[in-house]
Design a protein around this ligand. Structure first.
Ligand code: TYD
Length: 212
């Protein structure tokens, strides 16, 4: 799970609706203003092939999907995105900001679906190889906050969003456990804090990495 120091690859993680996109928007704007070319990606998706896989995974019509199939599909989309977009961008010295990464597979498929962590590691290692983000910021929110935000959006829930409260509780606890297990790679931040305070915190940490 090591990432070489030249990687300018960062990730924001957390439950659906925790504010990841808002933070990535703010970071892209600020890093761009400071002269760092920045590429943003989101998982699953980000390439033509990965977006097609995304549609298969998230379609509410695919309620029969086996959990192992789900894990493999997320990681198939990830392998494509890493090789088509992330590796070339990092080679060109760009900063890459990811809205989700393999930590999502650990939290959702590992803790949420309760697949074995050994299976998970095997599949994730195939997709990720050596390309772990330099650092990941996990925005922690109570499941109720996610539910309230989703209710306000008033749109059809995707297949994952249709899961029950217990599932999301396990995912949240999974993220908290990941932050404990990988303290050098992941920071757990209070996602209910003011968005500007969260932004400053993440920005300072990213700048410390990329100006090292
Ligand atoms: P998306 O609409 O991108 O949600 P969000 O805006 O919350 O990121 O949907 C992605 C969904 O897929 C989300 O519910 C999390 C889930 N997911 C996994 O279960 N495993 C994974 O490896 C990834 C990347 C996402």
């Amino acid at each position: 799970m090591s990432s070489s120091p030249e990687h300018r690859f960062f990730c924001i993680e957390g439950l659906d609706g925790c504010g990841k996109s808002t933070q990535i928007n703010l970071l892209c704007e600020e890093l761009g203003r400071r002269g760092f070319p920045t590429v943003r990606i989101r998982e699953p998706g980000g390439t033509e092939i990965s977006e097609k896989i995304r549609n298969i995974i998230l379609s509410p019509a695919h309620g029969a999907m086996n959990f192992t199939t789900e894990l493999l599909l997320y990681n198939a989309a990830r392998a494509q995105l890493l090789n088509e977009v992330v590796r070339p961008a990092l080679k060109q010295g760009k900063v890459v900001l990811a809205d989700r990464f393999a930590w999502s597979s650990m939290a959702y498929q590992g803790y949420g679906r309760q697949l074995s962590l050994d299976t998970l590691r095997t599949v994730i290692d195939i997709a990720v190889e050596d390309l772990w983000p330099s650092h990941t910021f996990i925005l922690d929110i109570p499941v109720e906050v996610f539910r309230d935000r989703a209710a306000k959006e008033n749109r059809v829930a995707d297949r994952l969003e249709q899961e029950k409260h217990d599932f999301f509780n396990r995912v949240r606890q999974g993220y908290q456990q990941i932050a404990k297990d990988f303290p050098e790679k992941c920071s757990l931040l209070d996602g209910t804090q003011c968005k500007i305070d969260i932004h400053k915190n993440i920005l300072d940490s990213i700048l410390a990495h990329i100006t090292k």
